[in-house]
Design a protein around this ligand. Structure first.
Ligand code: SF4
Length: 297
C-alpha cells in the first residue's frame, strides 16, 4: 500500500506486496549501476522528516492493523541514524501491531553505519535489509559501477548480519556475461559464504533500454548468456555455496526475470536444487532462439 504523490516510480521487493510502502527518500543516492534504470528518471532527495511524518499520519486510518512496513526508495539507510530512529518511533507509536520494518540498502550506506547505530535501528524495529550484492567478483563490481569492491561488499553484508538484522541478499545471474561467467559464479558463492545471509535471491540479468550495459551489448562489448548457460552458471553458483549445517538460508529464484522458478532452503536443499538446475539446463539447451535482452515485462 502506498498513496503519496511524490515524484518518481515506486519499487518494492516481491515479499513486501502486503506492506505499507513508506517513501523516506525519493530515488537512489547511487543511481549509477550500469545495468539498472530503476530510478534514472528521478533526482535523488531525502524527504524532510515532517513530510515523512505526515505520510505516516495519513496512513493511520487506512492501515491501523498494519504489521509490515517497507521504507522506500532505493537505499533508506542513506538517511542519518537519528532521522531513521525518529521514523521508526513514529511507526511504532502509530501502528501498535507492527512486527517488521524493512528497507533496501546500498553497501556504502551499510558500512557508514556503526555497529552501535545498526543495533539501535534493530531495537527500534528495523528487522530486515534487502541488499543488492549483485556479484562477489571484484572485476564485475567495477564494471557495473557498484561503487564498492568485493571486500567492502562482503563487509557491508557481514555488518548487517552481525547487528542481528535479517539480511536478504540479491545476486544477478548472467551479470558477468560469457567472459566472466565462471568467476561470477565462484566469487559470488564465496561472498555469500562469507556473509551467511538469512535470505538469498538469484535474479537473471535483463538488459534495460537506457542502461550502459545495454549499450555495451549493442556495441558488441558484452556477450549475454543463453538461458541454458544461465542454468549452468546458477548450477556452479549453488554448488559452491557452503553454509554451516543448521544455517537456514531461504533461497529463491522466482523473479519474473528467471527462466525457471527455484525455491528451497540452503544448505538443506542444495542437492535437490542442483538436480533441478541440471534438468533445466538440459531442457533449455534445446532452445534455438531467445531474447538476449530478457525483457520479460
Ligand atoms: S542497483 Fe540499486 S544501488 Fe544500483 S542504481 Fe539501482 S537502485 Fe541504485
Amino acid at each position: 500500500m502506498y498513496f503519496d504523490t511524490a515524484e518518481g516510480p515506486v519499487f518494492r521487493p516481491p515479499s513486501e506486496a502486503h506492506s505499507f510502502i513508506l517513501r523516506v527518500t525519493i530515488g537512489c543516492s547511487h543511481n549509477a549501476c550500469s545495468f539498472c534504470t530503476m530510478y534514472r528518471t528521478v533526482a535523488f532527495r531525502a524527504r524532510p522528516l515532517p513530510e515523512i511524518l505526515s505520510q505516516i499520519d495519513a496512513a493511520r486510518p487506512y492501515a491501523p492493523h498494519i504489521r509490515r512496513i517497507f521504507l522506500a526508495d532505493g537505499n533508506a539507510l542513506v538517511l542519518a541514524t537519528d532521522k531513521l530512529l525518529a521514523i521508526l518511533q513514529a511507526l511504532r507509536e502509530t501502528f501498535p501491531r507492527l512486527q517488521r520494518v524493512s528497507c533496501y540498502a546500498g553497501p556504502k550506506d551499510m558500512l557508514n553505519k556503526t555497529p552501535a547505530e545498526l543495533a539501535a535501528l534493530r531495537e527500534a524495529g528495523l528487522k530486515l535489509v534487502y541488499y543488492g550484492l549483485e556479484s562477489g567478483d571484484n572485476l564485475i563490481l567495477q564494471r557495473i559501477n557498484k561503487g564498492v569492491g568485493t571486500a567492502e561488499a562482503i563487509a557491508a553484508g557481514q555488518r548487517i548480519v552481525a547487528a542481528g538484522i535479517k539480511l536478504s541478499v540479491m545476486v544477478i545471474a548472467g551479470l558477468g556475461g560469457q567472459a566472466h561467467s565462471d568467476s561470477h559464479a565462484l566469487n559470488t558463492a564465496k561472498a555469500v559464504n562469507a556473509i551467511q545471509p538469512q535470505m538469498l535471491s538469484a535474479l537473471t540479468l535483463m538488459l534495460y533500454r537506457g542502461s550502459e550495459l545495454l549499450t555495451e551489448y549493442e556495441r558488441g562489448e558484452f556477450a549475454p548468456l543463453s538461458p541454458a548457460a544461465i542454468m549452468g552458471e546458477l548450477y556452479q553458483f549453488v554448488s559452491h555455496i557452503c553454509l554451516p549445517q543448521g544455517h537456514h538460508c531461504l533461497f529463491r529464484s522466482t523473479h519474473s526475470s528467471n527462466y525457471v522458478a527455484l525455491a528451497g532452503t540452503l544448505p538443506k536443499d542444495k542437492d535437490r536444487l542442483l538436480q533441478e538446475l541440471k534438468a533445466a539446463a538440459t531442457r533449455l539447451s534445446r532452445m534455438t532462439d531467445w531474447d538476449p535482452y530478457n525483457n520479460v515485462e
